[in-house]
Design a protein around this ligand. Structure first.
Ligand SMILES: Nc1nc2c(ncn2[C@@H]2O[C@H](COP(=O)(O)OP(=O)(O)OP(=O)(O)O)[C@@H](O)[C@H]2O)c(=O)[nH]1
Ligand SMILES: [Mg+2]
Length: 408
């Protein structure tokens, strides 16, 4: 029998993103752990991360998403698998033996494609199903945000196409195997086996765009910056352009982009802080949150609020009350958003920061409107940056206590 050369794929570049099928997922707040008594300064933040909390092991992680094999690799593997089939010597009749052999070659080839497709999809879906709430929200909102930016089909439609691809491979394989098993001659059986594999490969390549899309989606989700569940996390929240990323840069190893226009930060960005006593915690920079009802929020704002909602985080709320960061972040709107978020998460360890304190308060903003305990900071002049670092470490110590792992 002439053996077919391994097929190479003709990738059809299709990159679609969409919402994960998570409707009905119960979004719940992480219960706050009882606060440890505030330790006397300097705050000790050592050993928070000494052990993974038991609950973390019950969940999957975006890092577990499978590394899908691509079309050309699957075709090569299917080809190899079909080469392993041998004629059955127990079938005495030469023609019967050849017909059965031809059918089995086609079957092996089709299964060499359809079985890995099924297994890969199973793992992909199982990982998404078992994500902890924050990672589920992160995946959902990131894909929604990419869908808005790039257009395309929702993920559930792509998954349906992927499954359709598998079914088509199975169907064409069965049809062609049946045909080979009914060949009139030994020579025809050989020809039909080869043609059968070609037909299966063509059907697979025809629909392989769905596989490429899932590969891309899986890679995107795996690479998403996200906090480690073994270290405390402090989240910076505020309206666009108020100086959040500048504060992250001044206080941690994070190096987010800084610009004088809103929504410079479009994804979560992580930095780390090593404390004086050898402890370590994470600082998360977030996209700005606008003053508007929940239902009007975009996926980027959703990411920020999900971080506050689902992570056992401490919050630094940043306000630029100088009136210089744009009308959508006007001081009175910032104060209103601050009150709204604070009221939603009254138990979160919380620090209000007035940024850009080198600039005067905007006309019409009275000192009495500024929340009590607000720390004035100027990154540009270095004012209170050291105090801010100490207060951040204190917040983390308040939130997580000493020698206590995060409860997520
Ligand atoms: N005068 C002054 N300007 C500052 C200070 N800190 C930051 N800025 C400026 O404020 C602008 C916005 O800073 P970012 O750190 O990018 O603000 P952001 O809140 O992260 O912005 P988005 O990511 O767009 O929401 C930049 O032009 C910064 O240089 C400060 O202490 N004083
Ligand atoms: Mg930013």
């Amino acid at each position: 029998m002439r053996l077919l050369p391994a097929r190479t794929s003709r990738p059809r570049a299709m990159v679609f993103f969409g919402l994960l099928p998570m409707a009905g997922r119960a979004f719940r707040l992480f219960p706050l752990a009882p606060r440890a008594a505030t330790p006397s300064p300097p705050p000790r933040v050592r050993h928070f991360f000494s052990a993974a909390p038991p609950d973390a092991r019950a969940h999957s992680s975006l890092a577990d998403l499978p590394d899908f094999r691509g079309p050309s690799r699957l075709l090569k593997e299917a080809h190899k698998q079909s080469l392993l089939v041998t004629p059955n010597p127990k079938v005495p009749n030469a023609k019967k033996r050849a017909l059965r052999f031809a059918a089995q070659v086609v079957d092996a080839y089709a299964q060499g494609l359809s079985v890995p497709l099924r297994e890969q999809l199973k793992v992909f879906q199982a990982v998404l199903r078992d994500l902890p709430p924050f990672e589920a929200a992160l995946a959902e909102l990131t894909l929604a945000s990419l869908e808005r930016e790039k257009g395309g089909k929702p993920l559930r439609a792509v998954v349906a196409e992927f499954d359709q691809l598998r079914r088509t491979v199975v169907r064409v394989g069965k049809e062609r195997s049946l045909l080979a098993s009914k060949a009139a001659t030994i020579a025809e059986a050989h020809t039909l086996a080869n043609e059968g594999r070609t037909s299966v490969a063509d059907a697979f390549e025809e629909g392989s765009g769905a596989l490429l899309t899932l590969i891309q989606t899986s890679q995107t989700l795996r690479k998403l910056p996200r906090p480690s569940s073994h270290e405390p996390v402090l989240v910076l929240v505020g309206m666009p352009n108020v100086g959040k990323s500048s504060i992250v840069t001044a206080t941690s190893t994070g190096t987010p982009e800084i610009n004088d226009y809103p929504f410079t930060t479009r994804r979560l960005k992580m930095g780390h802080v090593e404390t004086a006593d050898g402890g370590r915690y994470q600082v998360m920079d977030t996209p700005g949150v606008l003053s508007r009802p929940e239902e009007d929020r975009n996926p980027m704002e959703g990411l920020t609020l999900a971080a506050v909602k689902f992570l056992p985080s401490a919050v630094v709320f940043v306000m630029d009350l100088s009136g210089t960061c744009g009308s959508q972040s006007a001081p009175e709107l910032q104060l209103a958003v601050r009150d709204q978020i604070r009221a939603t998460f009254p138990d979160r360890p919380w620090l209000d920061v007035r940024s850009k304190a080198d600039l005067p308060l905007a006309d019409g903003v009275a000192e009495s409107q500024i929340p009590a305990g607000t720390l004035s900071v100027s990154v540009h002049e270095g004012t209170n940056v050291q105090v801010l670092k100490e207060r951040m470490a204190q917040l983390i110590a308040d939130r997580y206590g000493v020698q206590k792992a995060p409860d997520w």
